[in-house]
Design a protein around this ligand. Sequence first.
Ligand code: TXA
Ligand code: MG
Length: 361
Amino acid sequence: MTQPLFMVQPDPHARPIPPTECLWVDPARPDPAVLDRAAAWLARGEIVAFPTETVYGLGADALNPAAVAKIFEAKGRPAANPLIVHVAGFAAARRLVTAWPESAQRLAERFWPGPLTLVLPAGPEVPPIVTAGGSTVGLRMPAHPVALALLERAQRPLAAPSANRSNSISPTQADHVLSSLGGRIGLVLDGGRCPGGLESTVVDLTGPRPRLLRPGLIAPDELAAVLGTPIERASQSPPAEGPLRSPGMLARHYAPAARLEVLEPSSVLPRLAELLALHSRVGWLACGSGEAAIACESPGLLRLELPDDASGYASQLYAALHTFDAAEVGWILVSRPPQKLGWEAIHDRLARASVAGTPGD
Ligand code: TXA
Ligand code: MG
């Protein structure tokens, strides 16, 4: 019998890793017994993954630093990346900030509950681990019935980043959470597919003018219409020092394992031929049924088609990238979706996913 060259010693400081339990919660009628169970976990300082209308979140009591630390540990997330705090309503939000400007009131009235995160001056109650040591906190009231019911039962704000290992694609289904964090977290609430499919819009209200830190399901034009002022765009470059304004701004983020390339639909066919000669499996993400006319049959080709309307495309994009990852394709070719209003967040995520090199988060 061959001896192993070395034995991996268990880390004496590591927390015992629980087996991951996954409980179904019907979004139409969330089961109070399951919610109570999850709320009890949160009250004990444990972490729980739950569905939101954007992507699955990995939640912890936002006011308990030891609980929040478990999020960073499970995700392998750098401490410099602040977390969004999820709240059950306006009153809970206002308790966590030192200022609630008119702009926050107007945006929250129009878009909460919903996929909009407001960055505001953090109150003294918010632990530094949540804000990455910065003076601001991101707040959002989610619209998903399971997320809202959990917040109400838990009776505490929940810090919750996307429920995936740092650097990988956000989960839009419970099985995505399990494949990324299974064995690293104790409990997942499975509420089915997240309807939105892309992360919330993040807007910073702490400066002289509102600033978009991350495009999302709510377009900047919609924010500008409510505020009556244009929205500034945050710069893409990280600051020389201090916490990152929003690590979602970093070039490579939201990326699948394989290289991803976005091409005009007319250039797809010749590129596919080149890639299929180099890789045993190639993924092609088509947009709309029009491209079915591009005939390319190959056993190594995995072709997925997304709807040609922005919300349909957004809701299925990450699931498609997860499918390509699971199929271990060597390269992903994406037919460029329409460059129209409402597609901004989709182009943003595709651009970040197509940057080669070391991921930013
Ligand atoms: O839709 C979403 O926002 C999902 C669901 C679970 O709510 N959450 C999510 O969290 O996408 P996460 O951690 O994956 O992304 C949060 C983004 C990051 O880019 C982070 O840097 C930024 O929000 N962020 C959080 N707090 C911030 C703050 N105080 N200032 C600037 N950016 C902040
Ligand atoms: Mg994330």
